[in-house]
Structure formats: C-alpha cells, structure tokens
Design a protein around this ligand. Structure first.
Ligand SMILES: [Zn+2]
Length: 587
C-alpha cells in the first residue's frame, strides 16, 4: 500500500522553492478538461475499464496528438521523472518523453506550445469549501493578519455597523481568538455593545464557530428555549444564550436568517473560488461539505454551471450528512432523490463522499481530546453520541459512499476509528478509501489501526505554520503539539496521506502546504515543530498530487503519464518573492 515515489529532480525543486513559484493551471489545460468529457464518451467502447466501474475512465491513446507541450516537464512518475515533451489528444496524454520519441505522434494539424516555466501535474486540493466560503466572500476580513489585535477586530465590526443601515446584517469572517491569547471570544454581550441596532454574525476562521448578537439570534428565531440540534451547540451561561454557536447544524439554523444569495451571487462566487484554485495550479478539488448552503440542489447547480461555461477545475463533492431536523436516513434519501448517488456525475462534477463531522476546532478548543486543554478540566467532547455516529456511518456505508470523517482531536480520531473498526468488516472489501479529515492529533497506535482499517488521513497542513505556536504555548502544550499533522508517521504506517487547505480556513495553495509539510516551520517564531514528522519533498509532492487524487477516487490524475488525463500546471520561478500568506483569495 505504501507508494512513495522517488522525487524527480525538478519536482524537488518545485516544492522547496514554493516561496518563489507562481503556479497556475494552464489555459489550454482548461480547454482540455471539457474536451475530455466528449472524447471519453465518444470512445467508451475502447476505454480502459478501471477497477471501479464508472470512475476514472481512461481513453486508449489515438495515434495523433492535437497538442504537443514542449518544455521542462516534471512528471511525478517515478519511472519517467522528467520529459521534454507531452503529446495530448482528447484530453489524455498519449505520449511523454523526448521530442524525438514523440515525433510519430504529431502531424501538420498538431499545435505545439512551449510554456514558460516547469510543467507539473495539475495539483489536487482534496478538502476545501466552496459553499460556506462563497457565502462570506464579501464579508469584512477579521483575520489575525488583517486585525493584529482583538481590539482591531472589534473596531472593524464597529466601523462596519456604523456604515450599515439599521436592521441590516453586519458580518465578519476569519476571526480567530486562538491568536489573541488572553482575550475573550466575540460574545453576544460584546457584539450587543458594539452594534446595538444591527444583527451581527462573525464567522470563526475555523468555520466551526459563529458569533451572534441578540438581534441576530432574534432574527434567526433562536432563544434560550431553543434546543441544541444533534452535532451543534448554542453556547449558554446560566441557561442564557451567550451568542457563541458551535458546529454546522447549529450555525445553519442561524444562517437561515441571512438574506438569501441569488443564483447569480452563487454562480459568481463559485466561479471566483474555482478560478482562484486554478491560479494556484489546482485542476481537481474536493468540496468538503456539499449541501450546506443550498441543499441537495448544489450538485445540480455545479453541473448547470459547467454546462453553461466549463468549470476551470474538476469538482468532487462530499455530501453533508448532518442536517438540522432530519435523520441521516432522511438526508441520504434526499440526496438519492436528487440523483446524487455514489460516483454519480461526470469527469467535471462527481459525487464521491459522505461527510461526517465528529468534533470541532482544536484552536477553538472544541476539538475532542483524551487529555484536557491547557488551563481547563475538559478535553472537549464529541459532536455526536456513539449511537448517532454509528447511525450516520451506517447510512453512508449502506448507500455505498466513501466516508469522509472530520476528526480533529485525538479522542475524536479514537471515537471515529473505533466505530469504523466495528462497522467496516460487515461491508465487505469495497475500495472506498475512507478518509479522516485533519486527523490533526494522532497516536502511533491510531495510525497503525487506521492503516489496518483502510483509512487514510488528509492533513490541514498549515495548522502547523499558522497555529503551531498557539497549540504548543497556550492550547495543548509542547508534547501534544509535536503530534500535530504527522505526515512522516502516516507514511511510515503505510498510508497515503494528502494535504489540504480547508479553504477558507487557509488559502488554497497546495505548494504552500507541501512546503510546510517539509519544513514544519512556525509563523510565530520560525522554529520547527517536531522535525521527526517532516515529510521528504517527494512525500509532500505526492500528498498534493497522486495521494490526493487517490483519495478523491481520481486515479487518472496526479502524474503525467500515458493514459492519464492531461491535467497540468505551470510553475514559474519568481525568486525573491515572499511566501504567500493566509487570507481571503482576491479575485
Ligand atoms: Zn473542512
């Protein structure tokens, strides 16, 4: 199961020089994304059938290339690490090697291009959020970068309220109290003081918390008598709501009070986010909580948008399983009724997973740990009871979904792993490639058991860079912080880990994630967080290409090889530029 490719020399360069690379999906790649669908359908009889029927259909190579890409090519294929030219037909690679070797594949009709930069496989972003991110694209930025102090963040809310007509919502995103040690969170009382006349909602950077004032709670019809939905909490002090809302099921109840975005707003937001991903070299991504904004219609909307104007990135969706007021069985039935079943869709938009969230945010102190947080008596709790967890897993497995399970703290990993160890044996040997998302803090024993159960981790790698010091110094302490994002140990246990951004928790930038996996350096002080967990450049590169592709059931991507999809990107070296920073992606 271990698949650690030796690093091609150029690939090594592209990772270690992330700070100086400007990477984007090539426009011609985008053109071929769409052509692939038609070509694949037209030659379905000659397609190479993969192990998983209906997925990853590869085309048999025709004899003439429509396109010849010439340049410095880093293939990510250990058997053929570098090449001078790549021949493409119908969206697939039909030849890759030296120019001389490919001569027989071209004729007068072949277009030749010579991109400026290193040609690499299109990068795969295996966990990010389109829907929740598009909702707040235009919200004021309260991130630590934009607001270096708590007071500065409060001031932005105040200034926004002053400019907003009475009664209209005042909004904010990316607020992160974990980076303001000693300061409070944005409670209802604070927000009432800052904005008495407008409803206020502020999203935590982790997307696991929402902060509301009294007017926002009233607009949502939430009061002290409102019960917590399964998997969500309304924070209370002495039985009174304190405005701190935890986890999607509760947050969704409050989002309902916001003015509904129009279809056009949604379409524009999706386009903006996908274009931002493409500019970072991403050609395939996994949307990690599909259904959270517009319900089961979100998948149809993606298809509709792709039909109107080809999407710049292939999208794999993870159907959200926890909806307030509905049982997991009812949620699954609604997806099925909408025609969204495992691996339904096409090469551009495909439904692949069943998303379950078992705990909260570690930096928000709502991740579920075996030991207490520093300065507290509790290590948090699970979002669900064991019975609820078994039910939601069983419903997903019965339907044939890949389980994509958010597990942040080590107790959440244990909670989900134990349930899956019990359940999975009765579901046979289907190759579903179940995943633990973030798997931020794990023990050796858990990694071994995950590998045995066929579960692989996807790490939010920039947890290390941005929050590593906070975990070490104020949230968990040094020994637990060392166990953050154990890429080297995951490989050693025989798994194929991937790296993700969780956008908009951090920016979409796989090369930046790979850089952090190799260096494990901390933004706060430049120190290294547990060098024993540093990935090799080859491991980091695989984690944003072949491993991530494998985890989203896209075996036809991640490296440039004959028979694979011609999804590629160009890295340009721009020495001397600073490392990209976290924050909203500008259009
Ligand atoms: Zn996420």
């Amino acid at each position: 199961m271990t698949k650690v490719a030796p690093a091609p020399a150029d690939a090594r360069t592209s990772v270690t020089h992330t700070t100086t690379c400007n990477c984007s999906a090539h426009p011609i790649t985008r053109a071929h994304l769409g052509a692939t669908i038609t070509a694949s359908a037209a030659r379905s009889t000659s397609a190479i059938e993969p192990a998983h029927h209906g997925r990853d259909r590869l085309s048999v190579a025709p004899s003439r290339a429509e396109l010849l890409v010439v340049g410095q090519i880093s293939t990510n294929d250990p058997w053929n690490p570098t090449a001078e030219a790549m021949a493409i037909s119908g969206g697939s690679i039909i030849g890759i090697g030296s120019i001389a070797e490919l001569e027989g594949l071209t004729d007068a009709s072949t277009t030749t291009i010579k991109p400026d930069g290193v040609i690499i496989p299109g990068l795969v972003e295996p966990h990010m959020h389109i829907w929740t991110s598009l909702l707040n694209l235009s919200w004021p930025d309260l991130s630590h970068e934009a607001c270096p102090t708590f007071d500065a963040a409060v001031q932005v809310v105040k200034d926004t309220a002053a400019k907003t007509p009475n009664g209209q919502f005042v909004l904010g995103k990316l607020f992160d109290p974990s980076l303001y040690p000693g300061e409070p969170v944005l409670t209802r009382a604070i927000l009432d003081q800052v904005s008495p006349d407008n409803p206020v909602l502020v999203m935590n950077a982790s997307m696991h918390y929402l902060y509301a004032n009294s007017a926002a709670l009233a607009a949502a019809g939430v009061d002290d008598a409102t019960l917590d939905p399964p998997g969500g909490t309304f924070g209370r002090v002495d039985g009174k709501l304190n405005g701190v809302i935890g986890e999607a099921p509760a947050m969704l109840m409050v989002f309902g009070a916001l003015p509904k975005p129009t279809q056009q707003d949604i379409a524009n937001g999706i386009t903006q986010i996908l274009n931002a991903a493409a500019r970072r070299g991403v050609t395939s991504l996994r949307e990690a909580a599909t259904g959270t904004l517009a319900g089961v219609g979100e998948v149809a909307l993606l298809h509709q948008l792709n039909g109107a104007a080809r999407l710049p990135v292939r999208v794999s969706t993870a159907q959200f399983s926890l909806v307030p007021g509905k049982t997991p069985g009812q949620v699954a039935a609604a997806w099925a009724e909408a025609g969204v079943t495992p691996f339904s869709g096409d090469e551009m938009v495909r439904a692949d997973a069943w998303k379950v969230v078992t705990d909260g945010s570690n930096q928000g102190r709502s991740g579920y740990f075996m030991q207490p947080y520093l300065g507290e008596v509790s290590g948090g709790k699970a979002n669900l009871t064991p019975e609820q967890l078994r039910e939601v897993f069983s419903v997903g497995l019965d339907a044939g979904w890949q389980l994509m399970v958010h597990t942040n703290g080590d107790a959440a990993v244990e909670f989900a792993l134990t349930a899956m160890e019990e359940l999975l044996p009765s579901y046979g040997g289907a190759d579903l490639r179940h995943r633990f998302e973030h798997a931020s803090f794990t023990t050796d024993d858990q990694l071994t058991r995950m590998a045995a159960a066929g579960i692989s981790p996807s790490f939010l790698m920039n947890h290390v860079y941005y929050w590593g010091a906070a975990f070490r110094d104020s949230i968990l302490g040094p020994s637990r912080a060392d166990r953050l994002d154990r890429v080297a140990s995951a490989y050693a246990a025989g798994m194929l880990p991937s790296l993700h951004s969780d956008y908009n928790v951090s920016e979409i930038n796989p090369l930046l994630s790979a850089r952090t996996a190799v260096l494990r350096n901390l933004e706060a002080d430049g120190s290294v967080l547990n060098a024993a967990e540093c990935a090799t450049p080859a491991q980091a590169l695989a984690a944003i290409t072949t491993n991530a592709a494998w985890q989203i059931h896209a075996d036809d991507r991640g490296s440039l090889e004959v028979g694979k999809r011609a999804d590629w990107a160009v890295c340009r070296r721009t020495h001397g530029r600073p490392m990209p920073r976290v924050g909203p992606i500008s259009p």
